[in-house]
Design a protein around this ligand. Structure first.
Ligand code: AMP
Ligand code: MG
Length: 411
């Protein structure tokens, strides 16, 4: 059996980078930056007020009360014509440019109007208060993001503030195929003897859509050589990655394996992981193919451990694995010491510590315990027994407090 980390490394090393494009900002969410971003100008672009209040000279408001003569009003988006000089103030709104001569803003809450043309300052205010200097967030020319960062909504906001349309790697296209004579479309009204509904393709398509890939749906192909050949060739032609499920395990009817091997350069691996031990990886006409096992929980685990990291690597992203969290076992269980075991768990937060217990049956066909789970506990090779209280690592889908309310932030 291959260690999981080694198998992951081999997959990442063998997937080609996607082409670089200049993307409109609104289409770049989830993509990988192909070049570093430097700030083309200061952010904020001009020195401005952090408060609604009065722009003054700090020397005038070191002690209070004091009355200042009012020169003008500046709302956001306008520039004061007057200059603040000793003994004067300009009424200013949050985000409006600081008028010349002013170095301090006194917030409106500690002032009161005095007749038409004056304001009374009621609280002493330190010089420099409530002023946001030009470039105090990002100075012109400063490095903002490195190549390889994946664009989140937060990145998109920063790029918007800079007016930058980023250079990114193209959005990947992934082709998805279910195999097996027993597999029927999910909307099949009745199941005949021995038949099941296709869960893998809906699972993969949903994960890919949330991830932000384009999906080419190759449907369900029975254990039929010409149909399988045609579908795989179409996938390799149309997509940047082909993902199949079923037909790669040991000792079964090995039509899928035969066709895969015949069409491309495909290896069949036994990875030291559970679920998802059998795994096929290779290329058809230069397009990477990931042959996932048939059982649905294996499909999710293999997608998370191989397909998603491979797609991120193709997108030029530096960080390709999910963030991990530390947790303690709320109960004990046996684990296979020869494998990295992805155990479905529910979590609970007690005094700031996350506790995990199994979410139900752990066989690789059992989807209900997967849907209930908040995380995979990643039980490493060498651990034969998880004991109550042991610290371990989780790949979280959602946090204990937000069960059924919110899933992990990005796809
Ligand atoms: P296989 O590796 O093709 O023998 O499949 C292993 C198990 O997964 C069998 O019980 C299959 O019926 C099941 N399976 C294969 N493909 C799917 C699918 N698309 N949806 C649900 N179960 C599947
Ligand atoms: Mg099969």
């Amino acid at each position: 059996m291959r260690p999981l980390a080694e198998a992951q490394r081999d997959v990442l090393a063998a997937v080609p980078p996607l082409p670089v494009i200049e993307s409109p900002l609104h289409e770049a969410l989830g993509l990988g930056l192909a070049r570093p971003v430097l700030a083309p100008h200061d952010v904020p672009p001009f020195t401005n007020s952090a408060m609604d209040g009065y722009a003054v000279q700090g020397a005038d408001v070191g002690s209070a009360p004091v009355t200042l003569r009012l020169l003008e009003d500046v709302p956001a988006g306008y520039v004061a014509r007057a200059r603040v000089s000793p003994g004067t103030a300009i009424k200013i709104m949050t985000g409006a440019p600081m008028p010349g001569g002013a170095d301090t803003v006194v917030k409106v809450e500690v002032t009161e109007p005095e007749g038409e043309g004056a304001v009374r300052i009621l609280a002493a205010t330190e010089a420099g208060t409530a002023v946001r200097p030009a470039g105090s967030d990002l100075a012109a020319g400063a490095p903002v993001f490195e190549a390889g960062e994946r664009l989140t909504p937060r990145h998109v906001a920063v790029l918007a503030s800079l007016g930058v349309a980023p250079a990114v790697r193209r959005r990947p296209r992934a082709a998805v195929l279910s195999t097996g004579d027993e597999v029927l479309p999910p909307d099949a009204p009745v199941l005949g003897p021995g038949q099941i509904r296709d869960t893998n393709r809906p699972l993969l398509i949903s994960m890919l859509e949330r991830f932000g890939a384009e999906v080419v749906d190759l449907g369900i192909v029975g254990d039929d050589a010409p149909a399988l050949r045609a579908a795989l060739a179409e996938g390799a032609e149309e997509a940047d990655m082909v993902i199949t499920s079923g037909g790669v395990s040991m000792g079964e009817y090995d039509l899928v394996k035969t066709i895969l091997a015949e069409l491309g350069t495909i290896d069949f691996w036994k990875v030291a992981m559970q679920p998802a031990k059998p795994f096929a990886f290779g290329h058809i006409d230069g397009t990477p193919l990931l042959g996932l096992p048939g059982n649905p929980v294996s499909v999710m685990v293999a997608f998370e451990q191989f397909a998603r990291p491979a797609l991120l690597h193709m997108m030029g992203c530096t960080a390709v694995f999910r963030p991990l969290a530390a947790a303690r076992a709320a109960e004990g269980w046996r684990s296979d010491p020869a494998k990295t075991v992805f155990t479905r768990v529910v979590t609970e937060m007690v005094d700031g510590v996350v506790y995990a217990r199994r979410s139900g049956a752990q066989m690789s066909n059992v989807l209900s315990s997967l849907a209930r789970a908040d995380a995979f506990a990643v039980v490493p090779v060498g651990t034969g027994l998880v004991e109550e209280g042991d610290w371990m690592t989780l790949e979280m889908f959602r946090s204990p407090e937000s069960r059924s309310a919110s899933e992990a932030l990005d796809g």
